[in-house]
Design a binder for this molecule. Structure first.
Ligand code: PMV
Length: 326
């Protein structure tokens, strides 16, 4: 059947181990979460690109399809979509105009990677609508190219989570993407209430790396060791050991200068409440912390995080990757 409209959805992510060092080609472990973005694409008779993304305040934004991604003043909420459309069009051609509508389960304020999920779902929906066969790796490469054009830097771990879903061992730039078979991860997610800017924190670590290269390189190597051990511990569902590895990883993140008092308060509260371990998740500077906890201590850990000023987010790890919605 020749479809006129296609919807794809992709999940957000949470970094479990290895943030920052992954930007320098080291491995990390990321999980996809049950917060999704939906992108619907419909063919249009006129050769236009029309975008409605009400969750990010883009309402019926319209331009000539052949000018997509070339303008100087693209609305912030539309930029990933416009660039994704342009890159897809340059590679595979787009025979008709399109109308794109997005809907989101999650607010971009939590740092779950809404831009990456949107980029992945847009390219997936385009490939389905115009019958272009893309392998998961091709989808990753095109999405990564798109995100790098906009952000300039990034490991691509969030794109891999949006595409493959589940929990992944990921090496910076997508050099290795290996699904990790694990049972349900007993994860608690606490939000500090502070919006962090990933680019600023990546730059901060970058300048630190420039001035203290030898030491920072060693810190990255230590984190790499922690990630390797965590990969094995996940396969054994050894959450107690994973908690200890989280605490170790947190120490190194602190030494890189990306920890904050607010994150620390929630992390120590979780540990004191009986968690196996806790750390910040993502760039640091705010956003979320994560804790691993046995069932027995779940309520006390959640209570402790709330008492320390955090908000518990109802987020489940190991969600499905990008898919076409029927
Ligand atoms: O802030 P988040 O959740 O987008 O995570 C950033 C993770 C970094 O390793 C700091 C950057 C990256 O692209 O891997």
């Amino acid at each position: 059947m020749n479809k006129n409209k296609v919807t794809a959805s992709a999940p957000g992510k949470l970094m479990l181990f290895g943030e920052h060092s992954v930007v320098y080609g080291k491995p990390c472990i990321v999980t996809a979460v049950n917060q999704r973005i939906w992108v619907s694409i419909q063919k249009l008779d006129e050769r236009k690109l029309q975008i409605s993304a009400p969750d990010v305040s883009v309402l019926d934004y319209k331009l000539n399809l052949d000018k997509a991604g070339l303008g100087k003043h693209i609305p912030k909420g539309a930029i990933f979509i416009e660039y994704a459309v342009r890159n897809f069009k340059n590679k595979f051609d787009l025979p008709t105009g399109i109308k794109i509508t997005t809907k989101s389960d999650f607010s971009s304020k939590f740092g779950f990677g809404s831009s990456s999920a949107t980029t992945v779902a847009t390219i997936k929906a385009l490939s389905e609508l115009f019958k272009v066969r893309l392998s998961l790796k091709q989808l990753f490469d095109l999405s990564y190219e798109t995100v790098l054009q906009i952000q300039g830097i990034g490991s691509g771990f969030d794109l891999a989570a949006a595409i493959w879903g589940g929990t992944l061992y990921f090496v910076g730039g997508g050099k290795k993407i290996v699904p990790i078979k694990t049972s349900k991860i007993p994860l608690i997610v606490g939000y500090t209430g502070i919006k962090a800017d990933t680019a600023t924190l990546v730059k901060k670590v970058g300048s630190f790396y420039k001035t203290k290269r030898k030491t920072v390189r060693k810190i990255f190597e230590m984190i790499e060791d922690i990630v390797s051990s965590a990969k094995i511990a996940f396969l054994k569902n050894d959450f107690k050991n994973l908690g200890e590895l989280m605490n170790l990883n947190q120490g190194f993140l602190d030494s890189l200068g990306v920890n904050t008092k607010e994150l620390s308060d929630l992390i120590f509260a979780a540990r004191d409440g009986g968690a196996y371990g806790a750390k910040l998740s993502g760039a640091g500077g705010g956003d979320c912390m994560i804790a691993l906890t046995g069932n027995r201590h779940k309520a006390t850990v959640e209570h402790a995080i709330k008492k320390a000023g955090g908000t518990i987010l109802d987020v489940k790890p190991g969600a499905d990757g990008v898919k076409i919605e029927l």
